[in-house]
Design a protein around this ligand. Structure first.
Ligand code: NI
Length: 409
């Protein structure tokens, strides 16, 4: 049934996706995208409500009886990237591109909403569709949580495009699937002066260079080789002229980890390395560490339900367990601070090199075959989740809601 309805609306979904792709909007500016989604869902029985600042919306669909509420979230924003795909429906907004596949996410959620609206007499409970703004800037999820989007939600799920899984497939991982992201700045202080008289100054540039080198020791020598982390210095700024010794250098970058413990270790090492090196060379250093999003940790029972749903509806070849987590970040993790949930991957790769270019790449082309897989997979998962109480096969997963309440999260 799910597949039949999905193929019936296939052409409509492709048009929706291409229209969204042509009209990308930056984080917190998704006004037209929001209006477009409202229009696409206006003939359904879904109760639509724009978010308070006019970007993003939620929609609630009630099934045939009382039951739990499953939230399904799609992020709708684009990136400041000049598109180089050469597609006919490439971005018409100069300098903006849907390079993270959020146009696919939005289309899949519209599709799942249209499918589930037609099947609403076949499940108990409710579905809350969340079209979230501003994922790329990590603002959106926090904002919607503050507005109470999770107040009546039992579990939450989302998908993300993945060029390294083939189109037609869905992949996922138990436990941690994405990293925690943190930003840091290190100010290195010296004493400025004439470049010809270094003995009268404290030059912060070589101190900063030693600190950059020292930071490489954190992952390679401080952490266990079995732990995963990234420490990247992305920017160095210092100096104003070739014959002047600067008095300050600023370094900044990102730290990615899969656990909070590793993150705490890195923060402590970073402070020790920066401050000690600067002191040894008669300068000073101050580390500013800004926690970003926590890691995305999947609920294993939901992963099992997804496997059943995808296998039943699309066949066993359409489901894959990912061998490793990604060190990328996702603001979906903020929802998981409040309710348990799952992020899974929607394969968008094919034989063409541009399909494997990677997220945020100006040349990346997402295979549109993924849209149908996403709509069928997500709809089947939602039905399976909401009807789990009536389906003996699900067994241990049947009390997902009950366990959640006991945890009191
Ligand atoms: Ni993304």
């Amino acid at each position: 049934m799910i597949e039949a309805i999905t193929s019936e609306i296939h052409d409509q979904l492709i048009t929706i996706r291409r229209t969204l792709h042509e009209r990308p909007e930056l984080s917190m500016q998704e006004y037209n995208t929001t209006a477009f989604i409202m229009e696409a869902l206006k003939d359904t029985s879904i109760e639509l409500k724009p978010c308070s600042n006019g970007v993003g919306l939620t929609g609630v669909l009630h099934g045939s009886a009382e039951g739990p509420t499953l939230a399904i979230r799609a992020d709708i924003d684009a990136l400041p990237i000049i598109e180089e795909t050469g597609l006919e429906f490439a971005s018409k907004q100069p300098g903006l591109m849907h390079a993270c596949g959020h146009d696919i996410h939005t289309t899949v959620l519209i599709g799942a909403a249209l499918v589930l609206d037609r099947l609403k007499d076949q499940f108990a409970g409710s579905i809350k569709f969340i079209f979230q703004p501003a994922e790329e800037t990590m603002q959106g999820a926090k904002l919607l949580i503050e507005e109470g989007v999770l107040d009546d939600v039992d579990h939450i799920v989302c998908l993300h495009t993945w060029p390294f899984t083939d189109a037609g497939k869905i992949s996922v991982k138990h436990d941690t699937i994405m990293a925690s992201t943190n930003q840091f700045e290190i100010e290195v202080f010296g004493v400025g002066g004439h470049a010809a008289h270094p003995q009268k100054s404290v030059d912060p540039i070589p101190i900063a260079a030693h600190i950059v080198t020292g930071l490489q020791q954190i992952v390679s020598r401080t952490l266990s080789p079995l732990e995963s982390a990234v420490v990247t210095v992305g920017q160095i700024h210092g100096g104003t002229a070739d014959n002047v010794i600067a008095n300050k250098v600023k370094l900044s970058g990102t730290v990615r980890t899969l656990t909070t413990e590793v993150n705490d270790k890195i923060k402590a090492s970073m402070e020790e390395i920066a401050e000690s090196i600067a002191k040894a060379f008669k300068g000073g250093a101050k580390v500013h560490y800004h926690p970003g999003s926590p890691p995305v940790i999947n609920d294993s029972r939901m992963v099992e339900l997804l496997e059943e749903a995808v296998t039943d509806e699309l066949g066993p070849d359409a489901f894959e367990i990912l061998p490793e987590a990604s060190l990328g970040g996702e603001d979906f993790s903020f929802y998981l601070q409040h309710v348990d949930g799952m992020l899974f991957r929607l394969g968008t790769g094919n034989g063409l090199p541009q399909s494997r270019a990677g997220l945020h790449n100006p040349e990346v082309i997402f295979d549109e075959k993924s849209i149908e897989t996403g709509v069928v997979g997500m709809s089947a998962f939602a039905m399976k989740y909401l009807n789990r109480g009536h389906d003996e096969k699900i067994g241990a997963a049947a009390d997902v809601g009950a366990v959640h309440l006991v945890k009191g999260k």
